[in-house]
Design a binder for this molecule. Structure first.
Ligand SMILES: C[S@@+](CC[C@H](N)C(=O)[O-])C[C@H]1O[C@@H](n2cnc3c(N)ncnc32)[C@H](O)[C@@H]1O
Length: 224
């Protein structure tokens, strides 16, 4: 996404803020609660961006291939992986038209990218195509039906230059229905609100709010 080229250099800054780092922690926790990692498994990371999850997967022992349509995001991912001594392959490629053979990867993974995917059925079909039979496909995205979804929709509406202007958010049902028959697990996280005061950010608060609030982030897991 060309628009990600423009924000690439500041993208990782979000993960370094207190709220961004907490969001990353709970989203990572949910993703890896659902997605089983086995050493040396080959994993495709769709919309890998600057490699946030490609690096986590590689650190867990996976052989990772990241694809993205923003060259600047990919460049930063390559640089980060190199500086960490990780051997991750990054390709400039569109999820709708991937140059991989059928049944190529043990699993496919995508975090925080389906917000920007306008044809999710086509993208999921492609992710299934390149995954081996029996392999897992995990997608995590912002919940349209949550305070986080509402905030980002409003931000995109209000500000022409905001990245969320280009977002197409999904509800939990939208996500699950991308392949109802093959869905094997689903979860939510990010129960703290986006306008929480910094000093109130904590796992205790996240757990407490999980009893009453809708999660701002949702993950679905399918088996091919
Ligand atoms: C918010 S970033 C997420 C990056 C990373 N997965 C993370 O968790 O930090 C979304 C990424 O999806 C990429 N993207 C959007 N549409 C895409 C498409 N059709 N094919 C591949 N990547 C795409 C964007 O270029 C961007 O880098």
């Amino acid at each position: 996404m060309a628009v990600f080229n423009e924000i690439a250099d500041s993208y990782d800054g979000w993960y370094n803020s207190k709220l961004g780092s907490f969001v990353d922690t709970v989203e990572t926790g949910l993703a890896f609660k659902l997605f089983n990692v086995e050493k040396d498994m080959t994993v495709l990371d769709v919309g890998c961006g600057t490699g946030n999850f490609s690096i986590k997967l590689a650190n867990l022992g996976c052989k990772v291939t990241g694809i993205d349509i923003s060259d600047r995001m990919l460049d930063l991912g390559r640089k980060k992986a190199r500086s960490l001594g990780l051997d991750i392959e990054f390709y400039s490629m569109d999820v709708y038209d991937m140059a991989f053979k059928d049944n190529h990867f043990d699993a496919a993974f995508s975090m925080a990218a389906f917000e920007f995917i306008t044809k999710p059925e086509k993208a999921v079909e492609e992710m299934f195509r390149v995954t081996k039979t029996g392999g897992a496909i995990l997608i995590g995205t912002i919940n349209k039906d949550s305070r986080w979804g509402e905030l980002y929709i409003e931000k995109g509406r209000r500000d022409d230059s905001d990245i969320f202007r280009y977002a197409h958010f999904k509800t939990p049902d939208d996500l699950k229905e991308l392949n109802k028959d093959r869905l094997i697990n689903y979860g939510q996280c990010l129960f703290i609100p986006p306008d929480i005061a910094e000093e109130e950010i904590s796992m205790e608060r996240e757990l407490k709010l999980s009893k009453t609030e809708r999660g701002g982030f949702i993950c679905a897991l399918w088996k091919k």
